[in-house]
Ligand binder design. Structure first.
Ligand SMILES: [Zn+2]
Length: 238
């Protein structure tokens, strides 16, 4: 499979909070997008791993994904181990993404920054011809770090104003985590849903405001960004 964009995340429901709007927007542009969750969230208080994987498949439909998978690595004790890196590198060779989205390299939850580290190293390994005789080498061209929950200045922000509602629907597919009821005719919001809608709405609004749109998702890249036409540059200066 040749994906244009692959987001790699520690837990099911991570991308729905951090870069799901961007994935929807890319799918709407005709790109093939995918998500690889590293764990099934088996240490979570609510829901079984099987439920969360099933919920992530329902969320995938809202996100318009061409592919979604789960490596079922151990949750809450994700390690940047050689077997973990190798498994992920071989998966990257199979999926051949041009762009990979990883969690930002600093985070409160160790799984999140480990997923970023593991993803970065696996992208490098995936490009080595001699890594594995059964798969072709493939190194992603671009690595973006999703920085929504990191307190850092984004390198760029994607306008997700038209994708925000669909992203919320994807998140609320995780019924075991956020309760049921949203989107049903006549059904009110559960308090937990109301709270998370307000919180994620405020965060997306904050980043949107930085580029003069309603909702946005922030990303960091390690390399510089090239601009060919400075006259057509968006976002009014402050
Ligand atoms: Zn998470």
């Amino acid at each position: 499979m040749n994906l244009d964009v692959l987001a790699i995340a520690a837990h099911p429901d991570d991308v729905e909070q951090t870069c799901g709007g961007t994935l929807i927007r890319m799918a709407e542009l005709g790109y093939r997008t995918g998500v690889l969750d590293l764990t099934a969230g088996d240490m979570g208080t609510r829901g079984t791993p099987e439920e969360r994987v099933a919920e992530s498949e329902a969320a995938a439909k809202h996100l318009l994904l061409a592919w979604r998978g789960n490596l079922r690595l151990p949750d809450a004790r994700l390690e940047n181990s050689l077997p973990g890196r190798m498994t992920l590198a071989v998966k990257i060779r199979e999926l051949k993404p041009r762009v990979v989205i990883l969690p930002y390299w600093e985070a409160r939850h160790p799984d999140h920054y480990r997923a970023g580290e593991l993803g970065y190293e696996a992208c490098f390994l995936a490009g080595l011809r001699k890594l594995d005789p059964y798969s072709e080498p493939h190194r992603p061209f671009k690595i973006l770090y999703s920085s929504l929950y990191a307190d850092v200045k984004p390198s760029f922000i994607v306008d997700i104003s038209s994708q925000f509602e669909r992203r919320m629907c994807a998140l609320f597919s995780y019924v075991s985590q956020y309760g049921a009821g949203t989107g049903e005719p006549g059904g009110g919001l559960f308090p937990a849903e109301q709270e998370i809608r307000e919180r994620l709405g405020a965060i997306a609004r904050f980043y949107g405001n930085l580029i003069g749109v309603r909702y946005g998702e922030p990303f960091v890249v390690k390399e510089a960004i090239e601009i060919g036409d400075i006259v057509a540059m968006p976002v009014r200066s402050i």
